[in-house]
Design a protein around this ligand. Sequence first.
Ligand code: B12
Length: 503
Amino acid sequence: MRFREPDSLCLIIPPSVFLLDERVFPSLGILKIAAVLEEAGQRPDLLDLSGISNYRSAVRDYLLANDCRTFGITASTPQMPQVMGIVATIRELRPGAKIILGGPHVTLTHTAAKKELKRAVNGRATAVLRGLEEDFDVLVAGDGEKAIFVALQDDAPAIVDAVELHSPLILSREQFSASPFPARHLIDLSSYRYEIDGEPSTSIVGQLGCPFSCGFCGGRESPCLRMVRIRSTGSIIREITSVYDRYGYTGFMFYDDELNVNPRFPDLLDELINLQVRIGRPFHFRGFVKAELFTDRQASAMYHAGFRWILSGFETGSVRILKNINKRATREENSRCVAIAREHGLKVKALMSLGHPGESRETVGESRSWLLETKPDDVDITIITPYPGSSYHDRAVRLPEGEWVYTAADTGDRLYSRAIDYGSTAVYYKGDPDDGYRAHVRTDFLTSADIVACRSELESEIRSRLSLPCPSNAASLHYEHSMGQSGELPQHILKSDPVEMVA
Ligand code: B12
């Protein structure tokens, strides 16, 4: 059995039950929190509940075996129903525990609520934030690397605000480069399965922020997610080298919003080549590009550096919907991006979405024709969800019937949505294709049910006509209690550090 100092901290990655496979990419954000704590001499536990169907039992067993009284949980919006279950278990077994919530859900809700406050509107986000304040002891909005130390203090404020650009708690570019790499050693990385060209691969974040204004995207209304912060090339190369040295990965998925907004992207590509020469092995990379900024030169350099795939959020084949999204890229620029990639040997995964303002059977038909014309090598077709922190959410106006409506500036096309109880309803873009999709929006031309049906039809038609493979499901794991003995969580949930085993 493990006993920890009473003031020790347990960080928790909640499950993502809506995902097709929960153990593909780890939550790097909370691993960065663990890393700064370790750098400061602390030894947090990390409970990784991704893919654990009976996650509350795992939390219960952890609590029975440990005396921890402070918990830090990360959450995106659709993880909130499971987060609330975890919180209920902690509150039941550890009354008086301090529970801190960080991650995109609180960051984006807080941003949206602040804007409502400025406009003197008591809106959807304000209500959600009030609920979070009741359920958690401290909320951390924005960067967590410095904010966690404020949150851990006994007199911590209810909300630690690390969102605004002038906040001393937000990381500068230099601090972002100098901050420690995610503490991947605290999770069982080998239980996360992802491959690029058949090579075991993992994810890395080289830059934060996207300056564009796509209406559906959570964060485009939030200062800390708009500001582009690019790590130094040296820091990115050091992280890749350390992950290779420790785990042997030669494949990396760059989870940067778009690689080609980085003015130092050519340097990064050169250094990726040098790294492979130094190590004497080929590496494989994958990442996102902004279509209208993609050039022959970038494509050629990316291929030489080991990229074989690019992903781009083309979203739609409809010129009108591109305008409504505020995408900036035109249909022709999107087609040109695919053509450039193909010419240089790069495969393209087209990220498409349905349910934008003014979406109709005709606009879905235009997406179908664009996909059939450009023939990407893979496709994701998702349904948009107006998360707090996106224009579709934050700029919507309440209608007397209780719906909210967002109106696209140029065309006047509308998107309707409802206030959602995120604590009980998982709202996501992309889920299990077998009945995993829900629409929480409608337009003047399509009901929510129509949007779900259009998505399914479009996906099956495109996959069959372009002969694209169907994504396969990975069943979640059921954690078994070990004959009533608590505290022996398997390694994929809690990695024990032998130094800390006391009794
Ligand atoms: C990589 C990524 C993924 C990966 C990995 C997800 C993961 N759990 O990390 C995959 C592909 C699985 C994924 C899936 C989804 N994603 Co995603 N994803 C991203 C992306 C591109 C980068 C995330 C990242 O690593 N950032 C870098 C780290 C350092 O930042 P961070 O995670 O925010 O963590 C910092 C702070 O939030 C804070 N923090 C985080 N946790 C904690 C905990 C504590 C206790 C404290 C104090 C602080 C703290 O400190 C960290 C360090 O500063 C972001 C966009 C972005 N640029 O942030 C979208 C983003 C997070 N994803 C988003 C969405 C919508 C999804 C999906 C819902 C899509 C879907 N399938 O429908 C799912 C949800 C999956 C899930 N498990 O929750 C939205 C979140 C919206 C929301 N309201 O939650 C984002 C912001 C994209 C967007 N602009 O809309 N995603």
